[in-house]
Design a protein around this ligand. Structure first.
Ligand SMILES: CCCCCCCC/C=C\CCCCCCCC(=O)SCCNC(=O)CCNC(=O)[C@H](O)C(C)(C)COP(=O)(O)OP(=O)(O)OC[C@H]1O[C@@H](n2cnc3c(N)ncnc32)[C@H](O)[C@@H]1OP(=O)(O)O
Ligand SMILES: Cc1cc2nc3c(=O)[nH]c(=O)nc-3n(C[C@H](O)[C@H](O)[C@H](O)COP(=O)(O)OP(=O)(O)OC[C@H]3O[C@@H](n4cnc5c(N)ncnc54)[C@H](O)[C@@H]3O)c2cc1C
Length: 664
């Protein structure tokens, strides 16, 4: 029946003001209104239909993406959308495309690493999309090890040009999104060579294709790297391969904010850190943390609504069966993910602030907070993407068999999402960057250099190494000060233990190599502490709306106590808590699940996702799952005919043969 809300009872149970929570989730009333307006605009435009993606061949899929991206660009211009609105529009179109890399990496790379003159020349062209660019860093042979890249950019003082060259097969650029079929330009990372000297990896703007007929320019071989994981999914993106055969570009196309090559071929460095060459990655990692909260919240929204609709067992006297969400096992798997979605949302808002702050400082030549920003973006990118990828898969399982259908939206979400654990830095490699930062901090304790920002807790290392958790009753676990101290103590003790073990090696690098697995665990402990502490900080702010702060408090405690429960080994073995306190934490967690239960649907409604964006029959707002699932099945092209194509060739002969055998 149209118009019936099958989840109305669930919505009536909510103990908080959903409209106010929507504003908290969005970040501000302005952000909410903008998101709400743009998501409806996209949902109501048939050109942005996406339910047919898994059925399309790669070519059809890709052309469809080109059509949608062109349509989005047309709408952005017609409606004169601001940059913020245009970003939201691309987000709600929900189809990875070359434009993500153009706006998300090419433009930021020029902005961050180009000089004023380069900005004046290239940014207007890029803003109008008169050129389309990508970010060509990774090669066939090297991705993580950026210093190992092989492409060369050799200065030719005779002609005042750089010669861009791929000396080996492994130096072929491999993976850049938007490169394969679309980009006219790329920021290419290559080893700068002047006068026979190698100055390491630098960025260069290189034109790849003709602006008249799109054919590759002389000396350039470019194409798509092939089909990727999952139907539909990330195959809308033309990840590409690129080779250069002595391609010449003018000297002023080297991005020269960090270092310059003069007309005479002299290499000069500005007084800014070399690591600014990595600045675009810091920017995108911060965006990816925000993206993690959106991807996880989508999966959680689907699983929560469906868990209320789905009933199994427990019928008494012919009454309704139990809603699967009422099983404690379902809650124990689902609610920590719900809490994580909120936790990641808040930590990403904070990270955005941190990034903006670092950028402002950089403008004023203050580079002091760059290492912490690198550690935070790298660590939180790793933590949130790993948890989200696992979380989406868990949500699929929470939906039972139906979660495996493409119409649940979960398989495609998973397939699109999992590469986030790899792109923009492999998650383990990034955690090791955090570990280096932690080891450096520990080694400087007592040297007078004060740890600042997210690492400032280490200032109390002496106390944190020996403090005892004061929890005696389950309710004691609800105190933010208790949770914070326990997480700080665990992170400190794990870092200090690594540092002590490292000091046993004569060669620190050898020690680091040997202890990699422990170092990764210490880095995770530090990153989990950041997420917990930013959630607690959020709750210290003024949050209006009936019951909003209370229910967020429950989620914060669920997030922290669930992490504690999953990592009991760390907490108990470092002596931060006793096994008795661990079981009290578990008791508290169970009680929190019961408290969150009536609010579950309202908490996912607060994400304010349209049915179009969710793209899931199981997650429909109205909960009317079964008739729609049934209808969806009939739309499959296999059901176009009653007798399938191939019956006469392959089924009938078998059947007939069996008949003969049976007669014998
Ligand atoms: C894009 C769209 C956005 C919007 C769209 C919507 C939302 C998103 C959704 C969907 C988008 C999907 C789009 C996909 C996009 C994917 C794109 C790519 O994948 S582009 C390739 C990424 N490649 C990597 O990330 C390589 C990873 N490797 C590295 O970063 C480095 O090589 C690293 C950090 C592992 C090692 O670097 P070393 O070899 O230079 O190393 P060391 O010696 O360890 O470091 C030297 C010093 O530099 C610091 N450092 C390293 N990296 C830094 C950084 N980034 N910033 C500041 N300092 C850094 C270190 O802390 C160290 O500092 P001390 O000397 O100890 O003080
Ligand atoms: C969908 C997708 C889109 C992408 N888009 C772009 C793009 O637009 N532009 C671009 O330039 N690149 C892009 N990339 C490339 C991406 O950035 C790299 O794949 C990524 O940085 C990982 O590098 P790698 O592939 O070399 O992994 P590898 O480093 O080869 O990793 C293989 C394994 O080795 C481990 N490992 C590696 N080094 C260490 C170490 N030091 N210590 C311990 N373990 C280690 C890793 O943990 C991993 O398990 C994209 C990749 C994907 C999948």
């Amino acid at each position: 029946m149209a118009g019936v809300d099958y989840l109305a009872d669930e919505r009536n149970k909510a103990e908080f003001d959903v409209n106010e929570m929507k504003i908290v989730w969005a970040g501000s009333r302005h952000a909410f209104e903008l998101s709400d307006r743009i998501s409806r605009l996209v949902a109501s435009d048939p050109a942005f239909r996406k339910d047919n993606r898994p059925m399309l061949s790669r070519k059809e899929l890709f052309k469809n993406t080109l059509r949608k991206t062109a349509h989005a660009w047309k709408r952005i211009n017609e409606l004169r959308l601001t940059e913020e609105e245009a970003n939201k529009l691309r987000f709600y179109v929900d189809e990875p495309a070359f434009a993500d890399l153009h706006w998300g990496m090419f433009v930021p790379a020029i902005k961050g690493q180009g000089t004023d003159e380069q900005h004046q020349k290239w940014l207007p062209l890029a803003y109008k999309m008169q050129i389309i660019g990508c970010y060509a860093q990774t090669e066939l042979g090297h991705g993580s090890n950026v210093q190992g890249l092989e492409t060369t950019a050799t200065f030719d003082p005779q002609t005042d040009e750089f010669i861009i060259h791929s000396p080996t097969l492994t130096s072929s650029k491999w993976w850049p999104g938007g490169l394969g079929k679309v980009s006219t330009h790329a920021v290419v990372y290559a080893r700068l060579i002047t006068d026979g000297k190698d100055h390491g990896v630098h960025g260069f703007i290189v034109q790849l294709r003709s602006l008249d007929d799109h054919s590759p320019l002389p000396g350039i071989i470019v194409g798509d790297i092939g089909m990727k994981f999952g139907n539909g999914a990330y195959n809308t993106m033309d990840n590409g391969v690129l080779r250069f055969d002595h391609v010449r570009i003018p000297r002023n196309q080297m991005l020269m904010r960090v270092s310059q090559v003069t007309r005479e071929g002299k290499y000069k460095q500005s007084n800014v850190p070399r690591q600014l060459v990595y600045g675009t990655m810091v920017y995108v990692r911060q965006v990816i943390v925000s993206d993690a909260s959106y991807a996880l919240s989508r999966a959680v929204c689907i699983a929560t609504r469906y868990s209320c609709v789905r009933r199994q067992f427990g019928s008494q006297n012919g009454g309704a069966e139990t809603q699967v969400i009422d099983y404690k096992t379902q809650q124990n798997r689902l609610f920590p993910l719900l809490a994580s979605a909120y936790a990641f949302r808040f930590v990403s808002e904070w990270l955005k602030w941190l990034y903006t702050d670092v950028m402002q400082r950089l403008q004023a030549n203050d580079f002091s907070t760059l290492p912490e920003a690198h550690a935070c973006t790298a660590g939180l990118k790793s933590l949130t993407t790993s948890a989200t990828a696992d979380g989406i898969e868990e949500c699929r399982k929470l939906c039972g068999g139906h979660g495996y259908l493409c119409s649940s939206g979960l398989p495609e979400l998973f397939a699109v999402y999992v590469p986030a654990c790899t792109y923009e830095g492999d998650n383990t490699v990034l955690l090791l960057q955090v570990a280096r930062f932690l080891m450096k901090t520990v080694s400087q304790l007592g040297s007078g250099k004060k740890p600042v920002g997210t690492i400032s807790y280490m200032e109390q290392a002496e106390h944190l190494m020996k403090c005892r958790c004061e929890v005696q009753r389950a309710e004691d676990w609800l105190k933010p000060s208790v949770i914070l101290e326990v997480f700080e103590a665990r992170a400190t003790r794990m870092s200090v233990a690594c540092a002590q073990n490292l000091s046993k090696f004569a060669n620190p690098e050898e020690g680091f190599s040997e202890l990699l697995a422990d170092l990764v665990e210490a880095a995770i402990a530090h990153c989990q502490l950041i997420v917990v502490s930013k959630f607690i900080e959020k709750l210290r702010q003024d949050i209006p709306g009936k019951g909003v702060k209370q229910v967020l408090g429950m989620l914060c405690n669920i997030y922290a106590l669930h992490i504690l429960h999953k990592n009991l080994g760390d907490f108990v073995s470092t002596g931060c808590i006793t096994s008795k306190q661990a079981s009290l934490a578990n008791e508290q967690l169970r009680s929190l699940y019961s408290q969150v239960r009536p609010n579950a649907v309202a908490l996912v409604d607060s994400f304010n996702y349209t049915d179009h964006f969710l793209g899931s029959v199981l997650g429909r707002y109205d909960g009317n799952v079964y008739p729609n699932l049934y209808e969806e099945a009939w739309k499959d092209p296999l059901n176009d005919s009653v007798v399938p194509d191939g019956y006469h060739e392959y089924i009938r002969p078998i059947l007939k043969q069996q008949l003969r055998t049976a007669r014998l």
